[in-house]
Each structure stands twice: as C-alpha cells, then as structure tokens.
Design a protein around this ligand. Structure first.
Ligand code: F0G
Length: 352
C-alpha cells in the first residue's frame, strides 16, 4: 500500500485516540541516501536522512502533524510558536490544513528567505521581534498559558513523539540501526526525539542503539560550553539558539548512548554545505550541514572510527535559504548572446 502519512503509518507508536483528527500532508518516508564520495574519502559508510523532502521542506513536519492534530482534538482556537523559520513554516501549513489559526513569533532579519515566504503563503499571522529565538520562545510560552492558543514548539511533547518516527524509518530503511547518528542541535528537541525513537525500536523490535552525536554551531554552543549564550550568532540561522529548551534531554541522549554534544564552526558548516552539493548532488540548508561537518571533525580527531556506519540527519532543504547559497558564488556566470552558435563557439574557445 502507498504511504499514508505519519499518523496512519505509526499509529501503534503514537499517542492517538479515536478523537484525534486524521491530519496529513503525507509527511515522512523521506529518502535515506548513501554518500559515495565522502564515504570513500573518509573511509566510513555514511547515509543521509534527507528531511528536506518533507512537504514543507524540513523535519518539523513530523512533529507538527501530531502537535496540530492534538491541538485540534483539544479544541484549541489555534497554535502559536517561536521559530528560526522551519517550525513556523510547518506550523503554518498544518494549522491551515486543520482549519486552525497560526501565530508565529520570529527574530527580525534572521529568518531565511524561503521559510518566511512559506509562512506568508500558508497564511500565518507573523510577529517579528527585536530579539532572538530565546526571547521569542519565552513570549509564546507565556502567551499560550494565558490564551486559547496551543504551544507547538518542541517543549510540546507531541512534537517529539512525531519526530521520533524518523529513527523508526532509519532502522527500517537500513535494516538495522547505524553505529552513529549525527544530527544538528538547536533547541535540542530533535536529538531527544531520535533517541526516544531508537530506544523504542530497541525495546520492541530488538534493533541496536546508535551513539548519538549532536552538533551545535560554535557561536551558539550553549550545551558544549555549559552556559546560556546571551547573543548567539551563526550563519546557520536555524540553530541560532543560546538557551535550548530540551538541553537536559539532549545531554541525556548523548550520555546514555555513549555519544557526545560537540560544536562546529561556521567555516566548517559552509565547507560541508558546499561539499554535499558539489560532490554528492545533495542540497541541504546550512544548519543541516553541521551533521556532516561534525562527522568530518570527529573522524579527524579519532572519535569516530574508520568503517563506522553513520546516518547524518539533513534536517532542512537547501532551497530554504537561497541567500546563503548565492553568497557561495565565487565565479560569476559567463555572459553570452542569445544566439544558437554562441555556446558552442564559447566551448571551443575555452577548450583551446
Ligand atoms: N536543523 C534545522 C533546519 C532546523 O530548523 C532546526 C531547528 C534544527 C536543525 C535544530 O533542531 O531545535 O530540534 O535541535 N529549528 C527550529 C525552528 C528552532 O524554529 O525552526 P532542534
């Protein structure tokens, strides 16, 4: 049977009741793609879980489908969230689908263009603040407590329940759990969700448990530095977060799994961003590429052993952030006349 969307597909593993509305944009079932060039270069076996193939272009759809369905079930008027962009896009799409209002609070000027375009088109009510994600989260937590809007940030447990299904898919696609799961860390919900998913499949289906290796951006590496970062900065705006809400759960996932929360620099993120697209034909947004940069770093340090089977989560689609992509343009395109012979003549000339 063809794919039915997450809630239908994994209903036995999700907190669904007979009153939960069936909501779906057919999210999930994303590709697990082997990396040919980088695996050979680094002498490991890397696969990427390409979450950019979800309906709104990021992993957020997995958690949002459930969080919004549960908000609808509970009779909420709408949903509310803080966001660096992707949560907002997913909340906006699923609330529209469910017939609920959507309020989003975002840091002004720090949201990638594609994500903002999505929230506009899905019809969310958008509030910009002169502050960062952490301030926005404080505001929406407070507002949701005193209004009829359900909070759909990852502090909502239904978000993590939905997101854990990516770990199920990886086990099913690979036929086993990987040795290592590499993942970017921002608000730290996703790494916590994956760990929950792997533990559930371990218990119920006997799959082994991977080492959980999470990567923050160096300029917002609160967990690595063990302190709240008041002014987080990174080119990877999706993970520009200085006080992750699921901090403790992420540390627990790393410790219990014999993994680690580490950080990578913006330069390392951008190098992996270019390599993934330029060597493998895979375009993921900058924050996603922290998972690849992290693998490279830990292979070099010896923390990841040669021959390891690794799954890196590519959390969001490269098209989300066209501005960062355009900034990578080092060579200007050739200008040609719009004439049939022009390109061929040009190629002959360069060949000479
Ligand atoms: N990658 C992308 C593309 C993201 O959008 C996010 C988080 C993360 C990684 C980190 O995941 O927060 O669960 O550790 N984006 C949130 C948002 C904060 O508002 O879209 P996390």
């Amino acid at each position: 049977m063809y794919w039915q969307g997450l809630i239908n597909q994994y209903k036995d593993y999700l907190p669904i009741t007979e009153n939960t509305p069936s909501l779906s944009l057919m999210e999930g079932n994303t590709p697990l793609i082997p990396l040919k060039v980088l695996s050979e270069k680094w002498q490991v076996e890397i696969y990427v879980k390409y979450e950019g193939a979800n309906p709104t272009g990021s992993f957020k759809d997995r958690g949002m489908v459930l969080a919004v369905a549960k908000a609808k079930e509970s009779g909420s008027r709408g949903v509310i969230c803080a966001s660096t962009g992707n949560t907002a896009a997913a909340a906006a799409a699923y609330s529209t689908r469910a017939g609920l209002d959507c309020l989003i609070v975002i840091p002004k000027g720090k949201i990638a263009l594609g994500k903002l375009a999505q929230s506009i088109m899905y019809g969310a009510k958008i509030y910009e603040i002169e502050g960062n994600f952490d301030h926005a989260l404080e505001m929406v937590i407070h507002t949701s407590k005193h209004s009829e809007y359900s909070l759909v940030n990852s502090v909502n447990p239904f978000r993590l329940e939905g997101q854990k299904t990516a770990a199920f898919e990886i086990c099913e696609q690979l036929g086993e759990a990987p040795d290592i799961l590499s993942i970017p860390v921002g608000n730290a919900g996703n790494i916590s969700a994956y760990w929950k998913g792997f533990k559930e499949f371990h218990k119920k289906k006997g799959y082994s448990l991977p080492e959980m290796r999470g990567f923050e951006a160096e300029g917002s590496a609160a967990i690595v530095q063990n302190k709240v970062i008041e002014n987080p900065e990174t080119i990877a705006t999706a993970i520009r977060i200085g006080n992750p809400a699921s901090w403790n759960l992420a540390v627990e996932a790393a410790n219990e799994s014999n993994g680690k929360i580490d950080s990578v620099t913006d330069e390392e993120i951008l190098e992996s961003y270019r390599e993934l697209a330029g060597l493998e034909g895979i375009f993921a947004e900058p924050a996603s590429c922290a998972s690849i940069a992290g693998i490279k770093k830990q292979i070099e340090s010896g923390e990841i052993k040669k021959g390891s089977k690794i799954v890196a989560v590519l959390t969001g689609n490269g098209l989300k952030d066209p501005a960062t992509a355009m900034d990578q343009l080092r060579i200007q395109p050739e200008i040609l006349k719009a004439n049939k012979d022009e390109l061929l003549n040009h190629l002959k000339q360069v060949a000479r």
